[in-house]
Write a protein that binds this ligand. Structure first.
Ligand code: NAD
Length: 260
């Protein structure tokens, strides 16, 4: 396999599970020097172990941090720079699932928490990493939005608000930082079978919301996506092969967003 990340420092938030962890494993096979950030210490330990099982001499640094707190974000950026002196690519991916209830039934605190992680967390990552990349004169950023950041599902307004906000941050930052040699894109995954999706589907079932429970019926490919499939697209978008892709939102959803 071609190694597109030799000597590249890649920072991944939400690296302890699901899409972030699968991306860490994929990029390790392409020689990346990894910095994995997560709020879960156990998730990080398991992810680092999985990476090293796949690539025994992989370079992996882990940082426990809450992406919704600016001090935590400053720390993961400082630790990356302390270890490697630069950040070539940033997968701004950590997130939490929707509150799968009607808007009128979402508590204000639930809404605020979702926004603080899924939107403010992405903003804080951009704020502190883009400064570094602008000064370096290069860098590739990929934010994780969602199908629910470009379409509506009919439940979970907190998540929809946050993920639509991530699209706005992506388009604006891509336009803002393109002149400095920095690209900013987003992926919009559909239904990907990760621990988050499993929890979300269980909770949707408990709340009797049919439209979520039947999510799979809406997917033209009639199956869930795999985290490894998302990781393969992320690897391409973070690599120099995708240098002319900027301020774009790439769907990875089996065609669901195109379905009338
Ligand atoms: P996951 O739950 O498997 O992984 C998310 C990771 O983020 C976890 O390790 C979790 O500990 C971490 N995290 C949560 N809050 C954090 C915080 N405050 N600070 C630091 N880390 C935190 O979920 P996943 O499915 O891999 O989701 C990854 C991203 O993909 C999320 O942004 C999610 O919204 C998005 N997404 C997932 C799907 C899907 O179907 N799985 C679809 C669309 C979008």
């Amino acid at each position: 396999m071609r190694k597109r990340f030799t000597d590249k420092v890649v920072l991944i938030t939400g690296g302890g599970s699901g899409i972030g962890r699968a991306t860490a494993v994929r990029l390790a096979t392409e020689d990346a020097k990894l910095v994995l950030v997560d709020i879960s210490e156990q998730g990080l330990a398991d992810a680092a172990e999985e990476v090293r099982k796949t690539v025994s001499d992989a370079e992996v640094l882990t940082v426990v941090a809450d992406v919704s707190e600016e001090a935590g974000v400053e720390r993961y950026v400082a630790e990356t720079l302390g270890a490697h002196g630069r950040i070539d690519a940033f997968f701004n991916n950590a997130g939490v699932p929707p509150t799968p209830r009607r808007t009128e039934d979402i508590r204000t605190e639930e809404f605020a928490r979702n926004i603080s992680i899924n939107l403010t967390g992405v903003f804080l990552g951009l704020k502190h990493v883009l400064k570094v990349m602008r000064e370096q004169g290069h860098g590739r950023v990929l934010n994780t939005t969602s199908l629910f950041g470009i379409r509506a599902n009919g439940a979970g307004s907190d998540y929809h608000a946050a993920k639509h906000g991530v699209v706005g941050l992506t388009l604006n930052s891509g336009v803002e930082y393109g002149p400095y040699g920095v690209t900013v894109n987003a992926i919009a995954p559909g239904s990907i079978l990760t621990p988050m999706m499993e929890k979300h589907l269980r909770s949707a079932r408990d709340n009797n919301l049919e439209q979520i429970d039947k999510a799979l019926d809406q997917v033209p490919t009639k199956r869930f996506g795999r985290a490894e499939e998302v990781a393969a697209t992320v690897a391409f978008l973070l690599s120099d092969e995708a240098l002319y892709i900027n301020a774009a939102v790439v769907t990875i959803d089996g065609g669901r967003s195109a379905k009338a």
